[in-house]
Write a protein that binds this ligand. Structure first.
Ligand code: NAD
Length: 517
């Protein structure tokens, strides 16, 4: 994926800046709809041979890819570090995602793709062998956001490739460099078939991807997801949508305090709060509210923010990825302050670079944007609640329903409260954790999504069409319901049908119904 001189001359390039210091990290072509269509045609040409490989052979290519990524991690994750302005520690998590997802799907691919036998439901079909076969969509489009430039596409693409589909990926225009390099690795370094491509560009390129694929896996904002869902409906192709969130954290009176505070900090501030499943609002029972807030604020003040050097691990988290994302955070803080909230730490952007400090807000309520809209930044707005009932009702008072967490020493309370939350994933005494359990589904409820990522077999089968496959156990020259019809055949068929399908002897034997008195 290189920018050609022609692209540059025509101005068809996207320049990528490090948000920590504004430096140029690289450029990628802004691909037109024609270029996207060309990529799609090449992928479609290569796909049948890919599907014809055994799952084990496909798995081997994916493992070779993982080896190559690990061998080149300094270069690849150096790009992530710079294009997203992350801390080095935050960038490393994305390598973990590559390892975990590729290993999970390569280990289970053959099992998840195996035909499934079914028993015929009626004796009339006992001469048939019934199977469900999983046949991939030929071309899957995977469109991703900027918050995890490698982690996001890596969550979906191994499953789609294992299914036997070809994949046209479209990384965010804000952070396309590391992903484009990983796709280059697939195509140029490991001898894999050309069934993976990268379309770079802005929203129009994404639109062009949606127009040429057979299924879309999208991760991004609710607004874009809705537009993509509508276009997919027009094209009659499926879309799986992983969208925005406003995850609630409920701290009950018996919460293990040290762990809860550390969980709140990591869950809310990891990756500068730019995670769909970040803790975005906290509800704390009144009896522990003061202790929780005091200790949390003291701990937040010790965090180091900045763009540490590559390999440094010397700051916790880095910059916001874009100016517009930072402006959302500023707007939410200003709105909260105007409506009576207080900032206990942070609350003002840094003078240089797109840095916003970790910020704790109290005296917040549901009239404020910081409690209702997705912030996607390092804010921890905390609300005092009377009891668990109030916490549940406030947590559910949201358009979003991606994830939530409950903190308590009581197993019963964790179960009881968790069961009442309107969210696709619930962690008890943990944060973000349900997302990395690949045997479980990950999906947003309400405006947070449509469909599920992962979920054991579903993580591969969602990229497949189910084929009902019927074969004959015995050879018959004719079937009773085929032509020609005759009176004798008709009577026999009706008698046999009645005998097999009816539930009382009178009807089974075709006797006249009893007269009603
Ligand atoms: P975005 O919706 O602006 O963009 C996402 C991708 O869609 C980009 O690659 C963009 O170029 C492309 N795009 C834009 N318009 C398009 C169109 N009309 N057709 C096709 N593609 C189009 O999102 P963003 O700002 O990059 O990312 C932040 C959002 O992502 C947040 O809302 C966050 O919650 C969400 N997110 C969700 C999850 C999840 O799993 N639920 C994970 C990470 C991020």
């Amino acid at each position: 994926m290189t920018t050609t001189e022609a692209d540059t001359a025509l101005g068809n390039v996207v320049e990528i800046h490090n948000p920590a210091d504004g430096s140029v990290v690289g450029t990628v072509p802004e691909m037109s709809a024609d270029q996207v269509a060309e990529l799609a045609a090449r992928l479609r040409e290569a796909q049948p041979a890919w599907e014809a490989l055994t799952p084990q052979a496909r798995a081997q290519h994916l493992r070779n890819w993982l080896n190559w990524i690990v061998d080149n991690q300094e270069r690849i994750f150096g790009l992530v570090h710079r294009e997203a302005g992350k801390s080095w520690g935050d960038a490393q998590i994305e390598l973990l995602v590559c390892m975990e997802v590729i290993n999970y799907y390569t280990k289970h691919g053959a099992e998840f793709l195996a035909d499934e036998s079914r028993t015929p439901h009626t004796p009339a079909s006992l001469t048939k062998n019934l199977r469900i076969r999983y046949r991939p969509y030929q071309l899957v489009g995977v469109i991703t956001p900027w918050n995890y430039p490698v982690g996001m596409p890596m969550m979906d693409i191994p499953g789609a490739l294992m299914a036997g589909a070809a994949v046209l990926s479209k990384p965010s225009e804000v952070t396309p460099l590391a992903w484009a390099e990983i796709v280059r690795g697939w195509n140029e370094e490991i001898g894999a078939p050309p069934v993976l491509a990268c379309a770079t560009g802005r929203g129009d390129t994404g639109r062009a991807v949606v127009d040429v694929v057979d299924m879309v896996q999208f991760t991004g904002s609710t607004a874009t997801g809705r537009r993509i869902g509508m276009r997919c409906a027009e094209r009659l192709i499926p879309a799986s949508l992983e969208l925005g969130g406003k995850d609630a954290m409920i701290v009950l009176s018996d919460a293990p305090m040290e762990r809860t505070i550390r969980g709140a900090i990591w869950g809310g501030l990891f990756n500068a709060g730019q995670s769909c499943i970040a803790v975005e609002r906290l509800y704390v029972e009144a009896s522990v509210y003061d202790e929780f807030v005091d200790r949390l604020v003291a701990e937040v003040k010790t965090l180091r923010q900045g763009h540490d050097p590559q390999g440094g691990f010397s700051t916790e988290f880095g910059a916001m990825a874009t100016e517009s994302q930072l402006e959302i955070v500023e707007r939410h803080v200003a709105d909260a302050l105007a409506k009576g909230a207080r900032v206990l730490t942070g609350g003002k952007r840094a003078d240089k670079g797109l840095f916003y400090p970790p910020t704790v807000l109290v005296d917040v309520d549901h009239t404020m944007a910081c409690m209702r809209e997705e912030t996607f930044g390092p804010l921890l707005p905390i609300m005092k609640v009377r009891d668990e009932h109030e916490a549940i009702s406030l947590a559910n008072d949201s358009d979003y329903g991606l994830g939530a967490s409950v903190w308590t020493a009581s197993k019963d309370r964790g179960e009881r409260v968790g069961m009442r939350l309107e969210a696709g994933g619930v962690d008890v005494n943990n944060v973000l954790m349900h997302v990395f359990q690949f045997p479980l589904p990950m999906g947003g409820w309400k405006s947070s999504g449509l469909g599920y990522r992962f979920g054991g077999p579903n993580g591969i089968r969602k990229y497949c069409r189910q084929q009902a496959f019927v074969t004959e156990r015995v050879h018959l020259d004719n079937e009773t319901h085929w032509y020609p019809y005759s009176l004798t055949k008709g009577r026999i068929t009706a008698a046999v049908l009645r005998l097999m399908e009816m539930h009382d002897w009178r009807r089974r034997l075709g006797l006249a119904p009893r007269k009603r008195r």
